[in-house]
Design a protein around this ligand. Sequence first.
Ligand code: BTN
Length: 240
Amino acid sequence: KNVVYEQSVSSTQEIAHRIASDGAEEGTVIVADEQLGGKGRLGRPWFSPIGSGIWMSLILKPKIPPQQAPQLTLLTAVAVIRGIKEQTGLHCDIKWPNDILLNGKKLVGILTEMQADPDQIHSVIIGIGINVNQDFFPEEIKEIATSLKIEKGEEINRASVMQSIMVQFEQLYELFLDEGFLPIKHMWEAHAITIGRRITARTITNSIQGYAKGITDDGVLLLEDDLGTIHKIYSADIEF
Ligand code: BTN
């Protein structure tokens, strides 16, 4: 496997995009000790201080149509949860579409980006940010963020966690390529705290309240409002 290690970068996503279009192989991973311009979803920054987290981007080149790319985000969430469980014994939950929570606080963020035209994917870049050894967080996020060290009460070896996650990812990705999304969807649902609850989905333009019925095979969230209308939610912030 191809792993590119960098000490300090602006964002591993940017590097991954660049080398993917320059022909990097599927499975190439870019990992950094620190990101000065770490990117979160919806244009938000991602706090990536030196030495305390796993900041990585994975390049995939699957032969699937672009609308199936979100399935890979869900697959990644399952791989990350399994890797963390294996290394620390800690049980995490998934909040649709891609937040991994531990004791109700955010531990991992996943950002999936694509290079594609309407009928073909060129690359999927999956960015994974895991809070591992932080002792504290900046004021703005300290109520909502946590790290493995805070929850476990001891220093955690970043390389071992990353290794376990990659092994899990590889197994799940092979299963996905052989059998499709269904088995992955079931695993994802087993960890998801969003499904079967009343939630509010906030998008940039509006906010819809209702009951989260499940996800589609494309990873789209199905939300039933109080009038019984089913809304397909492609991207939103979820509140309980
Ligand atoms: C989120 O907003 O929840 C997604 C956060 C994704 C952060 C990771 S860290 C590695 C990769 N490089 C980035 O700039 N972002 C992703």
